[in-house]
Ligand binder design. Structure first.
Ligand SMILES: [Zn+2]
Length: 433
């Protein structure tokens, strides 16, 4: 993990938030390359979960919602952690994670445990009183449930169908940590998939497979992924079953995505609290019922971190250490780098810049002439750029360039005319992205 954290800072993937002020608890900023990587992760998810399916609609709901939403969902009452304070050093701990009866920091005595709600509170409007309290959503799911009827009727959907959403969520975690794994502000990629009761088991298993394959398709080693079924004691009170897709993070197996069968709990709750009819009328079978819901809930930040960790490798090449991010081309922040072999030759630099300009219309492209070619290659390897295009003296007369592939380091001589097609086939051929 330390190596990846250091690479992330050094190469502009992830910075500590408010760093010039000494940082603020477990919040992180995605730098230029991290923003690209995370965007590519989200786009890969959206493309496959929404565009490439005929049973899915997208949604972008607001972060602030009616406070009753969180009463109906159970978050106001139950989204809490038991906390204790140390009477001597005033440190705060999660009561259920403590091994001892006394403070592990100073040996002091604890206060009684209190329930601490994990939702961030703020005020809507100019008056800061209890009636104006709203919450920053702790999950994106509720925006989907409250829009179930809107989406179903406007899009004239029959079951089964799903609603997908990517968006920020906030949890005032007591013990965040492990870099971007657990943070107080994070981005979710959630699907609520509505099905007829009785078919829920089938769809639950279907989504577990579907989501598991998504991670390996984009490059995560099969050995570093596993499925874990929740035991009855771990299940949320509303869930009929839940699987976690876990990744072997440096701190051990940890959740990447949870896929739960939430039954008809959420829609029933919202129907009761809003007094609106949230049932579905099946016009073929002429019956009305509340759908069951399968929820594949993934974290965009966690997925991004897993892809980074899994891609990181160190190799020995001709006696020298080479650091490579073996990212899937679809996820790589920069697809092509154009590098002039000699940076003090104006004609070469001009040709290289014009090649970069042309490629930029099609691919995220970088031009770099700030070092020797060996050094420029290493730089691109380290940030996961799949292809480097080198422009040399010969390019001026034969109108061809050398294309080097990141993983094999094999080089091809390609004519300038054929360059775009060559790169298109390799960067975009596999999944139409
Ligand atoms: Zn203490």
């Amino acid at each position: 993990m330390d190596k990846v954290v250091s690479l992330c800072k050094r190469r502009g993937f992830i910075f500590q938030n408010s760093e010039i002020y000494g940082g603020v608890g477990s919040t992180w900023d995605y730098g230029p390359l991290g923003a690209e990587l995370k965007r590519n992760v989200k786009e890969a998810w959206w493309r496959e979960m929404v565009y490439q399916r005929e049973d899915m609609e997208g949604l972008d709901a607001a972060i602030l919602m009616h406070p009753q939403v969180w009463v109906a969902s159970g978050h106001v009452q139950g989204f809490t952690d038991p906390l204790v304070d140390c009477k001597s050093c005033k440190k705060r701990f999660k009561a259920d994670s403590l091994q001892t009866a006394r403070c592990p920091e100073c040996g002091g005595e604890f206060t009684e445990a209190r329930q601490f709600n994990l939702m961030f509170k703020t005020f809507m409007g100019p008056v800061e009183d209890e009636a104006a309290v709203v919450y920053l959503r702790p999950e994106t799911a509720q925006g989907i449930f409250t829009n179930f009827v809107n989406v179903q009727t406007t899009m004239r959907r029959r079951l089964p169908f799903g609603i997908a959403q990517i968006g920020k969520a906030f949890r005032n975690e007591i013990t965040p940590g492990n870099f971007t794994f657990r943070t107080r502000e994070f981005e979710q990629m959630e699907i609520e998939y509505f099905v007829e009761p009785g078919t829920d088991q089938h769809w639950h298993e279907y989504w577990v497979q579907e989501r598991f394959q998504w991670y390996s398709k984009y490059g995560i080693e099969k050995d570093n992924l596993r499925l874990r079924e929740h035991g009855p004691d771990e299940l949320a009170h509303y869930a009929k079953g839940c699987y976690d897709i876990e990744y072997l993070f440096p701190m051990g197996w940890s959740e990447l995505e949870g896929i739960a069968n939430r039954t008809d709990f959420d829609l029933k709750q919202h129907a009761q609290y809003s007094r609106k009819d949230l049932s579905f009328f099946d016009d073929l079978q002429k019956e009305r019922f509340i759908p069951y819901v399968i929820e594949p809930s993934a974290g965009a930040d966690r997925a991004t971190l897993a892809f980074l960790l899994d891609a990181y490798r160190e190799e020995e090449v001709r006696g020298e250490k080479r650091v490579v991010l073996g990212l899937h081309p679809t996820l790589a922040p920069i697809k092509v780098a154009v590098l002039p072999l000699l940076r003090n030759r104006p004609d070469l630099v001009e040709l290289a810049r014009s090649i970069a300009r042309d490629l930029r219309r099609q691919f995220v492209t970088r031009y770099d002439d700030t070092g020797s070619i060996g050094r420029l290659y290493r730089r691109q390897d380290e940030i996961g750029t799949p292809y480097c295009v080198t422009v040399d003296v010969q390019s001026l007369t034969d109108h061809a360039v050398t294309v080097r592939e990141r993983d094999s380091m094999l080089q091809d001589r390609i004519s300038l005319e054929g360059l775009e097609t060559y790169l298109l086939e390799r960067l975009c051929g596999r999944d139409g992205s």
